[in-house]
Design a protein around this ligand. Sequence first.
Ligand SMILES: Cc1cc2nc3c(=O)[nH]c(=O)nc-3n(C[C@H](O)[C@H](O)[C@H](O)COP(=O)(O)OP(=O)(O)OC[C@H]3O[C@@H](n4cnc5c(N)ncnc54)[C@H](O)[C@@H]3O)c2cc1C
Length: 403
Amino acid sequence: MKQNYDIIIIGAGLSGLACAQKCSENNKDFLLIEKSNRIGGRVGSVRNEKFIFDLGFQVYNTAYKTTNDLLKSKADEFLPFLPGAKIISQNGSTIISDPMRNFSKIFHTIFSSAGTLNDKIKILTLKFRLSNYTLESDDSEDMHTIDFLKLYGFSKKIIDNFFYPFFSGIFLEDRLETSSKFFKYVFSNFNRGIAVIPKYGMQEIPDAIFSNIDTSHLLLNTDVTKLLPENNLETNNGRTLGYNRLVLTNESCSLVNQFNIKYNSVKTVYISTNRRFKDSRYIHLFPQDEIINNVAFVSSVSPNYAPSEKTLLSISIISKSPVNNMEQLLKEKMVTYFGGIASDYILEKSMDTNRATINQLPGFYTNIREQKGNTVLAGDHMINGSIEGAVVSGIKAYECTVK
Ligand SMILES: Cc1cc2nc3c(=O)[nH]c(=O)nc-3n(C[C@H](O)[C@H](O)[C@H](O)COP(=O)(O)OP(=O)(O)OC[C@H]3O[C@@H](n4cnc5c(N)ncnc54)[C@H](O)[C@@H]3O)c2cc1C
């Protein structure tokens, strides 16, 4: 194996892969090093003989323009959730049909009491204001999302029933303390695009980005442990490699002391059942449940996630409250919300993701993260905590290496 490369990229998450794809397209001499045994970082799936389990429930948004370009026609094959959400509460259930687009329907449902005309106007004005939103050009005051919503004049009802459950499931924190700028970014994306998943699981996204890259450019199971003098680095398996330009992604930025990012965590529980469900192409939200944030019937959106006779439910839990016998509790909750008996529901997998979305508090986007000499920093934390943010950071990193 070669000892020296023009460009070495550390980390085969989406940022590293995006950078690698640009290197490959431009015939650069490069190596992509990844410590785990697969590509994709925080985007991926594992499978068994029956099911596909994404590594935590997440969705692609069709408005992710830069990633769409990278994925080429592949993104057109992704399968959509129905826009909007189904809200399950003690009083029953209601569908918010595409709240960012189809406003008329919202107010026929749970927001029909006094004050909701105001909410309707507010959503319309916000939609209009954010129609061409970009984080980079937003010089407004940054604050917690919850403060922004209150200041904007939304009623407690729409905040509790829609904004809290919907956006806490995206941010993976239930106080809506995330930067209002990131809220605006996500809101504007849901205005422009819809939530989709690939036919065969989220792993298809990194696999598609990597598909045109020769595998000789990839080194898996290799942890870069140290940067050495004179543009060399050391790996856990005792190798020394040299480079002209180095791209560090995500937590590998700690190799140059440039990483102080905190993450939100999530527990994802997969349950299968032979039952079928109404409205199962909506993401289901549970504003009053002390444990469950959302349930996605992933096999209703993409049938490949489960055998034809089964439905696979992905349950996202962001609450940190300790729970005794989670399996039994979730089965009972499924019975309460969706009917049947506890034995209809089978626990297939449970996974804890401690490093899920990055914690983007107000002020996050003003902290300048510097480049150091021939070392370029990339990763979602350099742009914003999303698939698109990671990809944009990887492409920018490539551009820095060829300046
Ligand atoms: C549960 C969950 C839900 C999410 N929901 C959404 C969503 O709905 N929509 C959305 O757009 N985004 C969502 N995200 C965020 C999105 O997945 C991330 O923003 C994106 O994947 C980050 O990519 P990255 O390349 O910046 O980082 P990572 O994916 O973390 O990649 C970094 C890579 O570098 C490797 N690495 C680190 N250090 C070293 C080293 N020293 N040597 C070798 N390799 C190293 C790591 O192993 C890893 O593979 C979600 C994330 C999670 C986990």
